[in-house]
Design a protein around this ligand. Structure first.
Ligand SMILES: *[C@@H]1O[C@H](CO)[C@@H](O)[C@H](O)[C@H]1NC(C)=O
Ligand SMILES: *[C@@H]1O[C@H](CO)[C@@H](O)[C@H](O)[C@H]1NC(C)=O
Ligand SMILES: *[C@@H]1O[C@H](CO)[C@@H](O)[C@H](O)[C@H]1NC(C)=O
Length: 306
């Protein structure tokens, strides 16, 4: 809010009449963010000066782009790097270490916290609640700086798989599991491609999935791919814990990934001919206790109109 907004101008004139400072009037009007701010510090609200970290976020938004090293405003670090590890080649499954940074996790959670609602699934083309999926979900606003930052990183990872101006990253979502909650075996792609939301006669499907963990304070809650196989069988030399416990071969078959905050699983959902790859079917195993929060990113591959 600037001092020239319609609300404050009349108050200021009245303040002059009464011989009181504008700040005092704003305080008297009960505008909350002035309570902690001593009058001399108000000068730092000028947009090209660093914005103090004690100001609430709505004051910091406008100036974020002008700041190089903000104290508290979200900052997308262009030097951030992650590490990838091949887990399965067919279907392609890649484990990504440190895809999402701790500041990004905090910012994403802060944005999403008020937006969580019971998760739904698409069945017969319709969104509905189901006992197969007992988690809660929050759609993320794509204009949010932290969301943009993570999506840009995921976009870069995909390289030429996403054709600029044709395909898109799709709306990201957070999903949260607490004790006893789960997501039974399912796939992320749609059985039939969906119409483009822009009303054009193009269709799309979820060509790949990123499943990034934001909060991992839980026991249980592995992501289980019952039909996936590791690249190589266990070593004849009796090698243990091939990837230091990020994933394991599940006793019922397939691969199970432990939730680790900051890390992500990436996989390709569709065959080259556009049909879904059933070997990417996976489940969110039940949590015994604690909390697991993850970010879904579902890049959309668009098909030309028939
Ligand atoms: C500041 O940013 C947050 C998160 O992006 C948003 O919810 C809020 O409305 C913004 N405030 C203003 C004043 O733009
Ligand atoms: C699509 O490709 C997969 C994998 O090669 C194959 O199993 C499937 O039968 C194909 N489906 C169609 C409709 O061509
Ligand atoms: C993790 O979860 C346990 C039990 O659910 C709780 O007692 C503990 O405070 C949590 N720790 C953090 C850092 O959230």
């Amino acid at each position: 809010m600037s001092t020239s907004s319609p609300n404050t101008t009349p108050s200021k004139s009245r303040a002059k009449l009464a011989g009181i400072s504008a700040t005092a009037v704003l305080l008297a009007l009960g505008i909350p963010y002035f309570y902690n701010v001593a009058p001399p510090q108000l000068v730092s609200l000028v947009s090209d000066l660093p914005v103090p970290s004690y100001l609430p976020s709505f004051f910091r938004n406008a100036t974020t782009t002008t700041l190089k090293e903000p104290d508290n405003a979200f900052y997308c670090d262009p030097t951030h790097s992650y590490k990838t590890q091949l887990v399965s080649v067919d279907p392609l499954i890649i484990y990504i270490h440190n895809l999402i940074t701790p500041p990004e996790i905090s910012a994403l959670l802060e944005t999403a916290e008020p937006l969580f609602a019971p998760s739904q699934v698409t069945k017969g083309g319709r969104q509905q609640k189901t006992s197969d999926r007992t988690s809660s979900s929050a759609g993320l606003p794509r204009e949010d700086p932290a969301v943009k930052c993570v999506l840009a990183r995921a976009r870069h990872f995909l390289g030429t798989m996403i054709r600029d101006g044709w395909d898109e990253m799709g709306p990201p979502q957070l999903v949260r599991y607490t004790a006893g909650q789960r997501f039974n075996v399912h796939h992320d792609w749609f059985d039939t491609p969906r119409w483009a939301p822009d009303g054009s006669d193009r269709k799309w499907n979820r060509v790949a999935s990123f499943f990034g963990i934001l909060q991992d304070n839980c026991t249980g809650g592995e992501t289980h791919f019952p039909f996936a196989k590791p690249i190589a069988p266990p070593s004849p030399l009796g090698e243990q814990g091939r990837v230091a416990g990020w994933w394991r071969e599940h006793e019922d078959g397939g691969l199970a990934f432990r939730p680790v905050a900051g890390n992500a699983i990436f996989w390709i959902n569709l065959h080259a001919n556009g049909t879904g790859d059933l070997r990417t079917n996976h489940a969110g195993l039940p949590l015994e206790d604690g909390l697991k929060t993850a970010m879904n990113i579902w890049p959309r591959h668009y098909y030309a109109a028939d």
